[in-house]
Design a binder for this molecule. Structure first.
Ligand code: PLP
Length: 228
């Protein structure tokens, strides 16, 4: 077993512990390996031991780093801000756009998509600390009113980045805000899917699991520190 594979095994065990502590089933929490800045060889190494879902934050990096024909079960999702002028490229490269942060971007994706595309809507739950995402629930719901009529863009849930320098209480509040927002969205937009809650990174995934995360996005805890 390589270091990378061992890191993943340890992480899966910790996810299992955090789930059990929260009274949840470990298999209800998916691990996304955030591979930004790391080479394709590292991605292949993890794929070889069963890691299927990867997260990347830049369109250009994915275009350069991944072979045009990927292993059949590998899924790569975008988790960084997407400029509308790169939306077409993003639709070609990604299996899902997990960081849709404006109605304008969602409309662009709907206009360009030639087949169904899964998206998550990003909410700014820690406005002091993070830049991207819908500002608040009102803005998010206003976008959902329009998104409800879309045919290719398929909402799968919500995503957030917790406060990077917050204390435990602040971090939990951000995550619980995402969960509560999804619960209200389910009631109001009952024909849409809000089952995915993408929250939690290397430093705060345990808190995210305690607050109901269904997908954690882990980079440095798996691959080691990033250079940039
Ligand atoms: C980089 C990144 C992560 C992973 O961060 P780590 O602290 O390395 O685990 C998760 N989500 C987003 C949106 C990121 O940009």
């Amino acid at each position: 077993m390589t270091d990378l594979q061992r890191n993943r095994e340890e992480l899966l065990a910790e996810i299992g512990q955090a789930a059990t502590l929260a009274g949840r089933k470990p298999e209800d929490i998916k691990l996304m390996a955030v591979s930004k800045t790391h080479p394709f060889s590292a991605i292949q190494e993890l794929y070889g031991c069963g890691q299927l879902v990867f997260g990347e934050n830049r369109v250009q990096e994915v275009e350069q780093k991944f072979p045009s024909l990927r292993p059949s079960l590998m899924q790569v999702h975008l988790i960084g801000h997407l400029q509308t002028n790169k939306a077409k490229k993003a639709l070609e490269l990604f299996d899902g756009i997990d960081s849709v942060d404006s109605l304008k971007l969602a409309q662009k994706l709907e206009a360009l998509a030639e087949k169904p595309v899964s998206i998550l809507l990003e909410l700014r739950t820690a406005p002091e600390e993070t830049k991207s995402g819908f500002e608040n629930e009102t803005e998010l719901f206003r976008a959902l009113d329009v998104l409800s009529t879309f045919s290719n863009v398929r909402v799968k849930g919500l995503m957030t980045i917790g406060p990077l320098h917050g204390n435990e209480k602040e971090i939990r509040e951000a995550f619980s805000l995402l969960r509560e927002t999804a619960e209200r969205a389910k009631v109001r937009f009952s024909h849409l899917d809000f089952s995915t809650l993408s929250m939690g990174m290397s430093s705060d995934f345990r808190l995210a699991i305690a607050e109901g995360s269904t997908q954690i996005r882990v980079g440095s805890r798996l691959f080691g520190k990033r250079e940039a």
